[in-house]
Structure formats: C-alpha cells, structure tokens
Design a protein around this ligand. Sequence first.
Ligand code: HEC
Ligand code: HEC
Length: 416
Amino acid sequence: MKYFISFLLIFFSVSVLASSFYSKLLKEAALKNNFKQISVVNKKFDKKKSSLGKKFFHDTMLSFNSDMSCGTCHLTKFSSADGLPNAVGVGGEGEGIDRMFSDGEIVPRNTLPLWGRGSKDFNTLFWDGKITQVDGEIISQLGLLTKNYASMDNEYEIIQDFYQDPLISAVHLPFVEIRELVADDEEVTEVLKKESIDTAMNVFYDLTERIKKDSDYTKEIKEIYNLEVDQIEFFVVADAIAHFIRDEFAIKETIFSDFVFNDGKLNDDAIRGGLLFYGKAKCSSCHSGTLFSDLDFHSIPYPQVGFGKNGFGVDYGRFNVTYDPDDLYKFRTPPLINVEFTKPYSHSGSVFDLKEAIRYHFDPLKNLDLQNISDLERVEMYKKLKISGQNINQIPYLDENELDQLVEFLKTLSFK
Ligand code: HEC
Ligand code: HEC
C-alpha cells in the first residue's frame, strides 16, 4: 500500500511537471509569434463619437433604400456576423436564418465578424483586401475617395484621421455596395457597378442630406464635431461608426490571453492543441499575432457555395482587386478571435463545423461528395487544388485526436 501511494504521488507530480512544462512551452511559442497584451493592441476611441456611431450603425435611414442597417448583418447574437453562409442584403427580412427565406438580395460572401477590426495595424480589410494600407497610403476601390476629400475646400481635423485610418475608408464601402445596402435596380446601380467614384459620392451626398434634415443628429454633430449643418459631410458618419467599432468590437481578455499573461489555466487538450497550432501543424505561419492573422492572402481549397463574387459559383478572391493571376482564389487569412461563435466558415460560408474548417486545409477531398457535385464545381476544385498545393503540403496529416485538440485550442480564443 505504502509503495502504491508513493507510486501515485510520483505519477501525479511527474504529470503536473509535464503539464507545467507544456504550459511554459506554449506561452513561449505564443510570445515568439507576436501574441501581445490586449491593451497594447486596441486603439483609443472617443466615447461620444462611439455613441453617435452606434446610432448610425443601427439606423435604417442610412441605407439607400431605407430598409436595413449595418446591424442587420453584424449581430450580437452571431458574434458580430449573421450566422449565414452568404449575407442577405437589401429586401431581406428578419435576422439570421429567417433572412434566407425572405426575398432579399444575396451578397456573395460570408459576413465577417468585426472583432478587433479597429485595432492598431489592422491594415487589410474584407475577404479580398479591397481596403489596404501600404506605406501609410490607403488603397481602395474608390481610390480617389481620400484624394477627393483632400481636394475639398475644408480644414476639418477629422480629415487627418481619415487619411491614416483604413477602418474609416472601410466603413464607407457597405453604404455603396450593391445588394448589401443599395438595391440592385438598374437606375441606381448601372453607374455604381462601374465603381464610379461620382456615383458613390452621389449616394454619400444623398445620405448626408438625410442627416442634415434630422435635428437630433445635427445637434449631436455640432456638439461633438463642432460642425454647422451646412458643413456636415459623409465622413462624419464613417468616422463615428469607426469609433463605435473600436469601442464595441474591441478585443477583450480571451481565455488564451489570460493564460499567457495572467495565471489563467487551460485544459490539457487545449495546451496540446496550442502546441500543434504553433508547432507541427504550422497554423501560426498564417494565423499569427494577437488576432491570429498575418493579414496576407492565401488559398485554402474550401468548396464554394452560393453564386460567388464572380458569378456562377466562382469567387476569384484577391484577384478581383489586383487582377494579378497569382492572386486567384486567395483570401485574407481570417482572424480567429471568437471563432467558436462565428460559423459558418470560409469566404463563402461553406463549412459549418470548426473541426472540418481545419481539415479542409490539408484534406479538402474528405467531405466532398464527388458523385454529386457539378462539373463546374469539380473543375473549380482542380484549379484551387493546384494553387493551394503548397499550403496543403505544408500542413502534415492530423488525426482526429489532433484535430479535436486544435478545436479545443481555438475555443480558448473566445472572450473570457
Ligand atoms: C447585407 C449584410 C451586411 C450589411 C448590411 C453590412 N455588412 Fe459589413 N460585411 C458583410 C459581409 C458579407 C462582409 C464581407 C464582405 C467581403 O469581404 O467581401 C462584411 C465585412 C465588413 C467589414 C470588414 C471586416 C474585415 O474583417 O475586414 C467591415 C468593417 C464591415 N463589414 C462593416 C460594416 C458596416 C459599418 C456596415 C454598415 C454601414 C455594414 N458592414 C453593413 C455584410 C454586411
Ligand atoms: C497558408 C496559410 C494558412 C495556414 C497554414 C492555415 N490557415 Fe487557416 N485559413 C487561411 C485562410 C486564407 C483561410 C480562409 C480561406 C477562405 O475563406 O477561402 C483560413 C481559414 C481558417 C478557418 C476558418 C475561419 C473563418 O472565420 O472562416 C479556421 C478555423 C482556420 N483557418 C484554422 C486553421 C488552423 C487550425 C490551421 C492549422 C492546422 C490553419 N488554419 C492553417 C490560411 C491558413
């Protein structure tokens, strides 16, 4: 009996030692991969501007057809996304799954959550990076947007923020995105489709006029921005919403950050999953930093569902922005904060299960019903496989147990 007790004691102390050894390794791996304290990453915001931005975010008056708002697709109950494979825009009714059965126009991408999108150095926005900041300069499809403002005869202080903050540019885009907040009817969109800066400016102008007629808004804008009614421009809306995003969707302490920087505990599977993530499985070569994204573009052979940005079940991803054939089928690495709650996954929302979302990175054929997919889908898959071949090869085979451990780890990236 005595021997048995000593054996038990030794056994437990060895396993406690091993577990604290693995904990230490994981903390070191995270720090080496640029994982920082939450407080260092979040950007400052102004509480009053944020509270005005919150009103704009939820105001249907600010959609061209007055039937929806940012909050229709970025919902608290779906962790700032909408729970749908593809977003349902103008004309849709209800929230979440209800929208799929309404007559709304389909936006051919999966709604991105907003966590950390207002943080420092978050310089690449949207699945295809249609807003980027390179060497300080903001590049967008409305390329002339910043320059247009620059040439405007004014000296507003917030213009400075606009030059420096890609989020403010990003917030402009949904307002002029066909199907998202502008109906796909010929009259309005023929010109918008050409991505004419003038038409976008006309939409912004029209929306600004609506604000100018609302005495509650004009009073608040005067108070916060010190602008008279005739001085109000659309960037006030974008700036206030950007402050709201920085506030409402700031990164908070996660189970993992609490583990790395405080004395938070992880279970053994999460620790092993974390070591896989930073080690053998090489996830951190793309999902790096505090938000778990290198903000760069890669191709992962996810199946495409829905109409696709390029129509008929095709989405060329980054290529749509650069027209560089090397960018075909590449998408910005998605950040993984709260990933447990932001399903479905991938740019087209084609995967509902977190474990399978990981598996597609190295075994994309496992879940494909090769008998029942269309010829086009199969041909598209061949192309993606060729382009993502290197990425697939980089990740070794992971067995079910390892995949479960990775999922356990990803769950620690949720807020505490
Ligand atoms: C119809 C649903 C819908 C509405 C309405 C909507 N969004 Fe989105 N949002 C999306 C989708 C879909 C994406 C991903 C689009 C893409 O990347 O091509 C997205 C992406 C974003 C992003 C980029 C996030 C990232 O990770 O880069 C921001 C910021 C954003 N939306 C803010 C807003 C704001 C602000 C409004 C209101 C002006 C708004 N959205 C209205 C569906 C919507
Ligand atoms: C070569 C870069 C790269 C590597 C390595 C990589 N990923 Fe990804 N990951 C991506 C990209 C890019 C996407 C989005 C692709 C798309 O939507 O078409 C993605 C998507 C995901 C998603 C879905 C997230 C969402 O919100 O849609 C999860 C989860 C994920 N990766 C986890 C992992 C894990 C775990 C590993 C390690 C086994 C890993 N990734 C390795 C680039 C990478």
